[in-house]
Design a protein around this ligand. Structure first.
Ligand code: NDP
Length: 294
């Protein structure tokens, strides 16, 4: 084939952040309101620290107020719950994000459940999951939301499309499937127990790979002309002994079969953070009784 169109997530994300920044500026001049996003990090997981830093930087870049709460790894669950309780009632905080994973002695579901659903910019609270599943206005998890935006940009109307999602996690696979269902796709959710995954994947006009397995999806798994969204972020060591990031899809080979494909890095990752900012903006608008921008 001539080679797939590479979906530029980095450029799309910069574009989306620019739109968010415009709305933030308008909120300030017209309503005197500045969106505030609180990020809570417990412990010193290096990957989490990198994410929290770049989230904080981009929050400030779009003109929002970033509140960073860094707690030691041995922080008690009750202390974290108390902090969330304070953020829930803080009128300057419109969005709350607790960076996962939390240390093993803390119950993640309990902590996420303590976040006020309207401030739950990650969309992980069961109330938001339930709202999404029942077609109500919901805070939608950032990674699948970014994937959906890239699919819409690439394909337009998704109605009637055959979609396969590889992965069934609460933060990526399941909400991705819900979003595609909402768009009118015929959705298959595959996972580690799926029989003959290559054949299942080959049905897909839209293939979303979110397994966390480097190079899992090979060229033969891809239906010619499909749009492939690679959510995987895997740290691997290459032949020269260099650490690098790679996705779940064999990008070079897949590009010869797919019509459009996202790269790693520079695909889903940047869109995820941009969607976080869009969610925080929407939360702020709703908190002030203003229509959320679309
Ligand atoms: P999880 O480990 O929570 O879930 C992985 C899912 O993939 C599971 O449902 C698992 O099946 C399935 N799976 C694993 N191996 C296989 C296999 N060989 N064949 C078929 N299915 C398989 O991961 P996450 O959902 O949290 O993340 C997935 C990937 O996306 C990771 O690489 C992660 O780093 C990345 N990610 C990227 C983000 C971004 O911003 N770009 C954000 C979040 C995640 P089962 O349920 O049966 O175990």
């Amino acid at each position: 084939g001539a080679g797939a169109q590479v979906i530029d997530g980095k450029a799309m994300a910069a574009d989306l952040r620019g739109q968010v920044a415009g709305h933030v500026a308008r909120l300030q001049t017209e309503h005197g309101v500045t969106p505030g996003l609180a990020v809570v990090l417990v412990g010193e997981d290096p990957a989490s620290a990198v994410y929290v830093r770049s989230k904080g930087r981009m929050t400030r870049e779009v003109g929002m107020t970033g509140f960073e709460h860094r707690l030691p790894a041995e922080t008690e669950e009750a202390t974290l719950l108390r902090l969330i309780g304070q953020l829930n009632v803080d009128p300057n905080v419109h969005g709350i994000l607790v960076q996962l994973p939390l240390p093993a002695h803390i119950d993640e579901a309990l902590v996420i459940g303590a976040i006020a659903p309207d401030k739950d910019v990650d969309g992980f609270h069961v109330t938001n999951i339930g709202r999404l599943a029942t077609g109500q206005a919901a805070m939608v998890p950032c990674t699948p939301l970014g994937c959906l935006m890239m699919l819409r940009r690439s394909l337009g109307d998704l109605s009637g499309r055959e979609a396969v999602v590889i992965g069934r996690s609460n933060i990526v696979g399941k909400p991705m499937a819900q979003l595609l269902l909402r768009e009118g796709c015929t959705v298959t959710v595959a996972h580690s127990r799926t029989r003959d995954l290559p054949q299942v994947a080959r049905r897909a006009e839209i293939l979303v790979a979110a397994a966390g397995r480097p190079g899992l999806v090979q060229a033969e798994w891809i239906r010619p002309g499909a749009t492939v969204i690679d959510v995987g972020i895997n740290r691997v060591t290459d032949a020269e002994g260099q650490q690098r990031l790679t996705g779940d899809v064999d990008f070079a080979a897949a590009s010869q079969v797919a019509a459009a494909i996202t790269p790693v890095p520079g695909g889903v990752g940047p869109m995820t953070i941009a969607c976080l900012l869009a969610n925080a903006l929407a939360a702020c608008c709703r908190a002030h009784g203003l229509p959320a921008p679309d």
